[in-house]
Design a protein around this ligand. Structure first.
Ligand SMILES: CC(C)(COP(=O)(O)OP(=O)(O)OC[C@H]1O[C@@H](n2cnc3c(N)ncnc32)[C@H](O)[C@@H]1OP(=O)(O)O)[C@@H](O)C(=O)NCCC(=O)NCCS
Length: 185
């Protein structure tokens, strides 16, 4: 299994693995309807947040298709959200990133800073060929973030998924390793 050297320290963030003691900080953002509205889950109660944290604690590396590396995004020692890198296909070297921030910490570029690291890990350490980001077509903040990371929009799927009784439209953004290398010379 590939596990990155941690923690990862960026200009303003420290990215580290989760521990079960992070429950209060995780519940603080997972409980908010505005955080869950464009995810495949809606607001989570404490028990659901605790189950999600159990999974995130275990997501420490990538080995097989469907694995996730999930890191706590922290500022000055406080967990403000999480960022993830998924292994979509080992055979085809395809990955996917994801991110969630507490609303109090949005609007400062923290998710972009964390997302950039997840993309870097995927391309430089996992030698991925292509990394995607997906979001609801209504999730303007997420689409803007993926563009800020240098990704291209590849698709707009219409009514491709039923979430909470409503059809959802989904955007897919992507970046190839050579595109990333070109942007990060
Ligand atoms: C998606 C999500 C992480 C985006 O958060 P965000 O705060 O917009 O993203 P960033 O942290 O990168 O901040 C970017 C914003 O900060 C501003 N900003 C300020 N300083 C900045 C800096 N140093 N660098 C980059 N952007 C900066 C940008 O202009 C941008 O604001 P704008 O959208 O008004 O132009 C957030 O909306 C979220 O957690 N949503 C709920 C969960 C979710 O939907 N996740 C995605 C599922 S696909």
């Amino acid at each position: 299994m590939w596990c990155p050297d941690l923690p990862i320290v960026t200009d303003r963030l420290v990215l580290r693995t989760f521990s079960l003691t992070d429950i209060e900080s995780v519940w603080a953002y997972m409980r908010l309807p505005e955080v869950g509205q464009y995810m495949l889950w809606s607001a989570r109660d404490r028990e659901q947040s605790s189950e999600a944290l159990d999974r995130m604690v275990a997501e420490t590396g990538l080995e097989k298709d469907g694995d996730y590396l999930t890191l706590a995004v922290t500022v000055d020692g406080v967990v403000i959200g999480h960022a993830e890198l998924g292994l979509v296909s080992a055979e085809h070297r395809q990955g996917e990133i994801g991110y969630v921030l507490h609303p109090e910490h949005q609007g400062r570029g923290y998710a972009t800073e964390a997302g950039r690291e997840m993309v870097r890990l995927g391309f430089t350490e996992m030698n991925m060929h292509r990394i995607i980001g997906r979001c609801s077509a209504r999730n303007v903040s997420s689409a803007n973030l993926l563009r800020r990371l240098g990704m291209r929009q590849e698709a707009h799927f219409v009514e491709c998924r039923m979430v909470n009784g409503q059809w959802r439209e989904e955007l897919v953004f992507a970046m190839l390793q050579r595109e990333w290398s070109g942007q990060n010379r």
